[in-house]
Design a protein around this ligand. Structure first.
Ligand SMILES: Cc1cc2nc3c(=O)[nH]c(=O)nc-3n(C[C@H](O)[C@H](O)[C@H](O)COP(=O)(O)OP(=O)(O)OC[C@H]3O[C@@H](n4cnc5c(N)ncnc54)[C@H](O)[C@@H]3O)c2cc1C
Length: 540
């Protein structure tokens, strides 16, 4: 499947980026047969054990081995802080380093996409595809997939903190939901994870490894695409850099960009595709005007409350006791469950911030650990006391930002401006979410475990005080989307068939095409985009 690159190589299809969406596109085209596919990935195929054991995410995210460490520009509404934005740079992309929470999303939001002109993206049309993606034993046969590529299981066993959080949510008035990927999205439920026998089951495992020695697919790792060459309004080849050497790979049918919401717009701009004024100002010759490239960025701003816990039931307790660590490790080895089989989140509640809201607009999430400073990966440390956190974020941020090249040199990182809290509704919703988390913590089922609220602490009561906490500590939930938005309006970068508007032989298939935030988490929707792109290509 892998090969070394030589000048003059050419393929029918060139897929850029072996992440969540790119791996799905490339695998499905190769599986169909009849065409050659090159899957080009900047990272390597890394057998590192911490990319397989779910809790390894803590180690992976603080290093650089499998991660590209992006930072945003100073954020005007977050006390001018730069926010750490890691992305997977490894075979499988961010799917190989993420939290593995399997969340399809809010059906009503997909219906909204269809109403915005994205024909075919309504939830009823997407449901068969979601089912085809997964293999799980949860929920009903008509709504869940039983034989798809990605294994999905529910977090288990039910540890005391997760049980208490779940019950407290119901005491606070939120409905219990035994399958948020099924009949209903709203409510409190145990998280579903894409793991298999306690190990990560991301796209690397589900789509690429399962292909075996498929001869249609050529995997080019450690190879970075710098730009696309457009000839007669058609994507003709990609310019890559491999081991410091520049090469060109020709493409006979289509280039499919799947480098993620940060790198896809960057590659387009380096190819001269974007806002001509911006490109000229950067010393890049405009080739095709598309003003939406790099605009429309959205992300979830995550605010986490921490509590000192009365019982020795947190991950903090396990990690600071060598004896407990050994027991914990042995238990995982034998049963393949428990905290090591998850990425630290165990239960979530998708709820309405106020009774008048038409659908859930806030997420609350139990983390059975607490840390000193979640903002900087070089300072992440667990608290020395028994602690847990409740993470919160508004589900459908209205604020939008941008990603644009910062230099004519493709090796330079782009400028990322999320523009968190630019829209007043987002701040109001984030404050309401913090208040809801406190309401849950005060319910009988959880209150008995809470010694004190450590962050922000009970002194922060007014909207202004809570807002100050959000601005000082809020960080990414790692879900950037929307920078090459799909649509039918003047700012759309791709049409509903994922073709770059005005050009031939070029599609975008990754989280950058989402018109809005579809879900509380973006992995399953990104694979979905890859699946859809492959069907569109395969039905040509
Ligand atoms: C820490 C973290 C935790 C997360 N947890 C969850 C979760 O629990 N559940 C969930 O639903 N979502 C989660 N997400 C988000 C989710 O994983 C992403 O939304 C999803 O992977 C995006 O898919 P993608 O295909 O758009 O991009 P990616 O998966 O990021 O793939 C892009 C690929 O392109 C490659 N690439 C980039 N530039 C180039 C180039 N120039 N040349 C060649 N290759 C290139 C990258 O190396 C990467 O492999 C998390 C994200 C992070 C960072």
């Amino acid at each position: 499947m892998s090969m070394h690159l030589h000048e003059g190589a050419s393929f029918d299809y060139v897929v850029v980026g072996a992440g969540a969406a790119g791996s799905a596109v490339a695998a499905r085209i190769a599986e169909k047969g009849g065409h050659s596919v090159a899957l080009i990935e900047a990272g390597r195929d890394d057998p590192w054990i911490w990319l397989k054991i779910p809790l390894g995410i803590g180690i992976v995210l603080t290093g650089e081995r499998a991660v590209r460490r992006y930072w945003t520009e100073p954020e005007p509404n977050l006390a001018s802080r730069k926010v750490y934005w890691p992305r997977g740079r490894v075979l499988g992309g961010t799917s190989t380093i993420n939290g593995m929470l399997w969340v399809r999303g809010d059906p009503a939001e997909y219906d909204r996409w269809a109403d915005m002109g994205c024909t075919g993206w309504d939830f009823d049309s997407l449901l068969p595809r979601f089912r085809r993606m997964e293999s799980c034993s949860l929920g009903s046969d008509t709504l869940r997939g039983r034989t798809g590529k990605t294994c999905v299981v529910e977090y288990s066993p039910r540890d005391p903190l997760s049980l208490a959080f779940f019950k407290a949510c119901t005491e606070a008035g939120f409905a219990a939901n035994d399958d948020y990927n099924g009949e209903r999205y709203e409510g409190v439920g145990y998280l579903q994870l894409n793991t298999r026998r306690g190990l990560r089951h991301g796209v690397r495992e589900a789509y690429l490894r399962s292909l075996g020695g498929n001869r249609n697919l050529t995997l080019l790792c450690d190879t970075t695409v710098e730009s696309i060459a457009i000839e007669n309004r058609r994507a003709a080849s990609v310019r890559v850099r491999c081991n410091g050497v520049a090469r060109t790979i020709a493409c006979r049918r289509e280039v499919i960009l799947a480098a993620g919401a940060i790198d896809t717009p960057k590659i387009l701009e380096h190819s001269g595709i974007g806002n001509p004024d911006r490109l000229q100002g950067m010393g890049i010759e405009p080739v095709h005007a598309l003003r939406g490239v790099g605009e429309g960025l959205r992300d979830h701003l995550h605010t986490r409350l921490s509590f000192r816990c009365r019982s020795v039931v947190t991950l903090n307790d396990i990690m600071r006791s060598p004896a407990r660590k050994v027991l914990f490790g042995l238990r995982y080895l034998f049963s393949r469950n428990g905290f090591l089989s998850s990425s630290t989140a165990t239960v979530h509640a998708l709820v309405r911030s106020a009774p008048g809201k038409a659908r859930p607009d806030v997420k609350l999430q139990m983390h059975p650990l607490s840390s000193t400073d979640a903002r900087n990966p070089d300072r992440w440390e667990l608290d020395t006391f028994s602690g847990f956190g409740i993470g919160t974020f508004p589900l459908r941020p209205a604020s939008t930002g941008s990603v644009h090249v910062a230099s004519p040199d493709p090796r330079e990182p782009p400028r990322i401006r999320p523009n968190y809290l630019d829209h007043p509704e987002d701040l109001a919703c984030a404050i309401a979410a913090v208040r809801l988390a406190r309401r849950v913590a005060a319910q009988p089922a959880l209150a008995g475990l809470v010694d004190e609220e450590v962050r922000p602490g009970t002194d922060a009561q007014s909207d202004e005080e809570i807002a100050a906490f959000i601005r000082e500590t809020g960080t990414t939930s790692y879900h950037p989307v929307g920078t090459c938005r799909m649509g039918v309006d003047a700012m759309a970068v791709v049409n509903p068939q994922l073709r770059v508007v005005g050009l031939e032989g070029l599609r975008v298939a990754d989280a950058s095409v989402f018109p809005t935030m579809p879900s509380s988490n973006t992995h399953a929707p990104s694979i979905l985009v890859g699946e859809i792109a492959a069907s569109l290509v395969n039905s040509r």
